[in-house]
Design a protein around this ligand. Structure first.
Ligand code: 5GP
Length: 116
């Protein structure tokens, strides 16, 4: 479980830091990544920061993980061509920098063989 210090995403959820919000409901928020790595690069973030990564989320609230996937699909359909790559960086050596679980939704002009 994550600590209780508000994460950067919790500050965005609480409107303490601005963000380009594309979707929000009672459980999730979706924002454009501040440093996009694809024509569409959105982060889908649970409002709770109780789960540091996708492994914890899958164990603790699998329905919320499913909601992330459905939301990713909906956003890629609305804002791109409906095709997307879903990435959960999990751990520092895998590139995770914010330990409040979030999905990267990347869409548009992605190349094959470019996962690393
Ligand atoms: P991670 O590296 O943990 O998988 O992903 C964190 C992501 O959050 C990065 O892609 C980074 O660009 C994004 N990010 C960090 N700070 C902010 C911010 O203040 N606003 C937005 N919109 N994205 C942020």
């Amino acid at each position: 479980m994550s600590d209780t210090t508000p994460s950067i995403f919790t500050k965005i959820i609480n409107r303490e830091i601005p963000a380009d919000i594309l979707f929000e409901n009672n459980r999730l928020i979706a924002i454009r990544d501040i440093a996009p790595q694809a024509p569409m690069h959105v982060l889908v973030i649970p409002k709770t920061q109780a789960y540091a990564n996708v492994t914890e989320l899958a164990s603790g609230d699998p329905a919320l993980l499913s909601e992330i996937v459905v939301t990713a699909h909906n956003l890629a359909t609305l804002h791109s061509n409906g095709e997307y790559r879903l990435v959960f960086n999990t751990g520092e050596t895998a590139g995770q920098t914010v330990f409040h679980v979030h999905a990267h939704v990347l869409s548009g002009a992605l190349q094959e063989h470019t996962l690393a």
